[in-house]
Design a protein around this ligand. Structure first.
Ligand code: UD1
Ligand code: CA
Length: 436
């Protein structure tokens, strides 16, 4: 199968310098969602028709299995698919998707592909209480005969509530026959892809229509409000899936997954957590409110948060506690270790049963290069300690509060770097001089 994705439209109503199809849903350009769905269907060729903001779109979505067809100027959906034809396998059917309709499901498309049986066009249609603006599906004796656009429709046709979603499949050889001959003698002066339906019926083909399982699958994005609305629907779907898998969510409306979140058994996620990239959370772990977790592994029975930030490369072992205002980056923290308050652990290897006191900071960056900190098992780090990397704290060592550690701390000993406390007997506070 070929998949053509129409993405040449300007998207003026987004009021943005970013091309419309690059605006993200769940952290990923909406066009990338459509490309991924095409891949799921096993498309042999994926051709994106681009125009406005073209080079930026091409760069963002560059992939070996995607080819690009430029459409300039944009003379309508029929003209758009015409630009893609040279890239398609004429022996396989062509599925047309929209780059700004990101939530279409592969399961729905599979049904559309099935009814077309590769030798006739088939349409994805919906019935809408308010069909205004859409192309209407005209039927005679129940059979689809053609599509008429809103602007070309008469009153009777405007009363039809079955509309064209724009998504269709057609035999490519037929498109090669039909598209070059399309006219633009219509209300908008455009070459309408929808005219192929009438042409197919004229050749004696039966054009079937399939409905999506959910209305949101065929909703398009033209504005920031629609972008936000589909983002919420998508996030709700992810939340439902997590709950189906047994994850406990304090509130399915207050979780954002921008990537791939994999959870074990009996995972609890409290409100307002954001997961980015590839995140794995093992059995029995608890993520408390307001955490941001990005490309990280959370081990079994960990407690993370509230207000914790796990950045890429964080790997937490079993029963690790990462508390409020603690940031961990590119570090591993082994079993039963704790950093419960106000700390930065970056580029560090932390052993088991380590206690990292409040205000501890790994100074991993000298302004030019980054260095590692190694904290071995059973270390106790007093509050407000700076570990100036590269540095190693030996097994069982204790660092006194307020230490600035610039060389290795030997195992089993107390190391500290701070001025000895002194009391000046009889010292008197200065008092303000009286003016003469
Ligand atoms: C089209 C359909 C209409 C359907 C509606 C669903 C036609 C003639 N009409 O309407 O029946 O109900 O979609 O939303 O097909 N595009 C290009 N190049 C162009 C024109 C459009 O790439 O020259 C892309 C747009 O970026 C968009 C999609 O095609 O992703 C649909 O274009 P849009 O103008 O939104 O749809 P309509 O033509 O209004
Ligand atoms: Ca200090």
């Amino acid at each position: 199968m070929n998949v053509v994705i129409l993405a040449a439209g300007k998207g003026k109503r987004m009021r943005s310098d970013l091309p419309k199809v690059l605006h993200p849903i769940a952290g990923k350009p909406m066009l990338a969602h459509v490309v991924d769905t095409a891949r799921k269907l096993g498309a042999a060729r994926i051709c994106v028709v681009y125009g406005h903001g073209g080079e930026q779109v091409r760069e963002a979505l560059a992939a070996d299995d995607v080819v690009w067809a430029k459409q300039e100027p944009q003379l309508g959906t029929g003209h758009a698919v015409l630009q893609a034809l040279p890239h398609l396998d004429p022996a396989a059917p062509t599925l047309v998707l929209y780059g700004d309709v990101p939530l279409i499901r592969a399961e729905t498309l599979a049904r559309l592909i099935k009814v077309s049986r590769s030798d006739t066009p088939a349409l994805l249609t919906v019935r809408l209480p308010n069909p205004h603006g859409y192309g209407r599906i005209v039927r005679a004796d129940g059979k689809v005969t053609r599509i008429v656009e809103e602007k070309d429709a008469d009153d009777a046709e405007r009363a039809i509530d079955e509309v064209n979603t724009g998504i269709l499949i057609a035999p490519t050889a037929a498109l090669v026959r039909w598209l070059p001959g399309l006219g633009n003698n219509n209300a908008q002066g455009e070459y309408y892809l929808t005219d192929v339906v009438g042409l197919a019926v004229g050749e004696g083909m039966v054009v079937e229509a399939v409905h999506p399982d959910h209305a949101w699958e065929v909703e398009g994005i033209n504005s920031k409000a629609q972008l936000a609305a589909l983002e919420r629907i998508h996030q709700r779907n992810i939340a439902e899936r997590l709950m189906d898998e047994g994850v406990t969510l304090a509130d399915p409306n207050r979780i954002d997954v921008r990537g791939e979140l994999t959870c074990g058994h009996d995972v609890f996620i409290d409100v307002n957590c954001v997961f980015e990239g590839k995140v794995t959370i093992a059995d029995g772990a608890r993520i408390l409110p307001n955490c941001v977790i990005h490309d990280a592994v959370v081990g079994p029975k960990c407690i993370v948060g509230p207000f914790a930030r796990l950045r890429p490369g964080t790997v937490l072992g079993t029963d690790v506690h990462i508390g409020n205002f603690v940031e961990v980056k590119n570090s591993s923290v082994a079993a039963h270790s704790k950093a419960n308050h106000l700390a930065y652990v970056g580029d560090a290897t932390v052993g088991s049963r380590v206690n990292i006191g409040a205000g501890t900071i790994t100074c991993n960056y000298d302004g030019a290069n980054k260095f590692r900190t190694v904290i071995e098992d059973d270390v106790f780090i007093g509050s407000d300690t700076q570990l100036v990397a590269p540095v190693t704290v030996g097994k069982g060592a204790t660092l006194g509060a307020g230490t600035t550690l610039t060389s290795n701390a030997p195992p089993g000993e107390l190391t500290l770097s701070r001025a000895r406390q002194a009391t000046i007997p009889g010292w008197v506070r200065p008092v303000k001089k009286k003016k003469d």
